[in-house]
Write a protein that binds this ligand. Structure first.
Ligand code: NAD
Length: 370
């Protein structure tokens, strides 16, 4: 009997709706091929929701409820100049993305930093350093650390203004994110680098202790520790030596963007934000979206790279729906389209500039590979 999954589809703004349309074409194709179906609850989010609600909210109650009644959320991107002058609390990113992460306790942010061998010219890293490209997975803790720790504030002390934040982690928070990272490493190259600043920060000392403890449950995974400053340097010197990297919220925010930059284009990179594990299974509830934003500079022109959104579908299939074969097929078909020379504008630099295609043609190439 065919398997059925429920997903919430929130395309959002800018290039979101364009690349979502194409990602859903790819989902249709793998459903037919691997004999499962998805019931898709399509809802408004971000600027599109603000427009529809007379600027009341970027995250309507129906949108939240559709997400609650799903196995996972496929998200496009939100935001754009039109909504940037609204009060900060209802601006698309602050008013939709952050509340969604909070509401669903999405604590693990998985951001692949991949540079395919045939796209090394698009990376700012010297090509001789990455002859075969690279494929790193950054696992970032998303709900703790200095962004959310208290006390946080600003006051007058001794006649001077001071401002302060608190970097705080509970053992349980570190334990659960490390387990996500070790599990991810088990499914890949079985090498994990834990990034901290244990020579200076108390929270990092605890982080490292827990990493060493949790490692005992994953004897096949080789664990290494790097200080964050060294990790930042090694990532741009030898990105191909990394497999999985795990770190706390602030460090992960910075390192995952560094990885996106050295990968060559945001248009290639998906991401997953995982919450709790589903009872009795190794699947997570999660939200899946491109690493980039709504790219207002190219929206509406049919030239956005759909691969980040299409690979977000693959991550949804793998981590929330348990359709691993379909996920692998999508990833292989995306690589094959690149290998055949198909290039959207963001990756069509240098010698590739003449092979340029639009969003639809790139998706057609991927569909042909399926
Ligand atoms: P951006 O990621 O939207 O764009 C940065 C650059 O990357 C642009 O030149 C853009 O054209 C390019 N780019 C991004 N995705 C691409 C794709 N698929 N194909 C080809 N090129 C692509 O970042 P920004 O310009 O800083 O932000 C634009 C808007 O997006 C802002 O309103 C911002 O708040 C919002 N944003 C949303 C999210 C999200 O929804 N998760 C994330 C980041 C930014």
């Amino acid at each position: 009997m065919s398997r059925t999954h429920r997903i919430a589809v929130l395309a959002g703004d800018g290039i979101g709706p364009e690349v979502m349309t194409d990602a859903l074409r790819v989902l249709d194709a793998v459903e037919a091929k691997f004999d499962f179906t998805t019931e898709r609850n399509v809802q408004l989010v971000g600027g599109a929701a603000l427009d529809a609600t007379n600027n009341e909210t970027p995250l309507p109650a129906e949108t939240i409820s559709a997400c609650e009644n799903s196995d996972g959320i496929l998200f496009g991107s939100v935001g754009g100049p039109k909504w940037e002058t609204l009060p900060p609390d209802i601006q698309p990113e602050r008013g939709a993305l952050l509340p969604l992460r909070k509401h669903f306790g999405l604590f693990a942010n998985l951001r692949p930093g991949v540079c395919m061998p045939s796209l090394t010219h698009a990376s700012p890293v010297k090509n001789e350093l990455i002859p075969n490209g690279f494929d790193v997975l950054c696992v970032r803790e998303l709900t703790g650390g200095v962004y959310f720790g208290s006390p946080k504030g600003r006051e007058e002390r001794d006649g001077e203004t001071v401002a302060f934040d608190t970097m705080i982690y509970k053992r349980s928070e570190i334990d659960r994110i490390l387990r996500v990272a070790f599990t991810a490493a088990m499914g890949r190259g079985k090498r994990l680098v834990s990034v901290d600043k244990a020579n200076v920060l108390a929270s990092s000392v605890l982080w490292r202790e827990v990493a060493i403890e949790v490692a005992k449950d994953y004897p096949e995974v080789e664990l290494e520790h790097l200080y964050v400053d060294n990790a930042a340097m090694q990532l741009c010197r030898r990105p191909d030596s990394f497999d999985v990297l795990v770190t706390e919220n602030l460090f992960g925010d910075i390192l995952s963007d560094e990885m996106a930059m050295i990968s060559g284009s945001l248009g290639m990179l998906p991401s997953a934000s995982l919450g709790g594990q589903k009872e009795g299974s190794d699947l997570y509830f999660g939200m899946y979206e491109p690493s980039g934003g709504s790219a207002p500079d190219i929206a509406g022109q049919g030239i956005a790279n759909p691969i980040a959104q299409i690979l977000s579908v693959a991550m949804l299939l793998r981590f929330s729906l348990g359709e691993t074969d379909a996920a692998k097929a999508i990833e292989a078909a995306a690589s094959a389209a690149i290998d055949k020379g198909f290039r959207t504008g963001d990756i069509a630099t240098g010698a590739d500039a003449e092979k340029k295609v639009g969003t639809t043609e790139m998706t057609d190439a991927i569909l042909a590979g399926l």
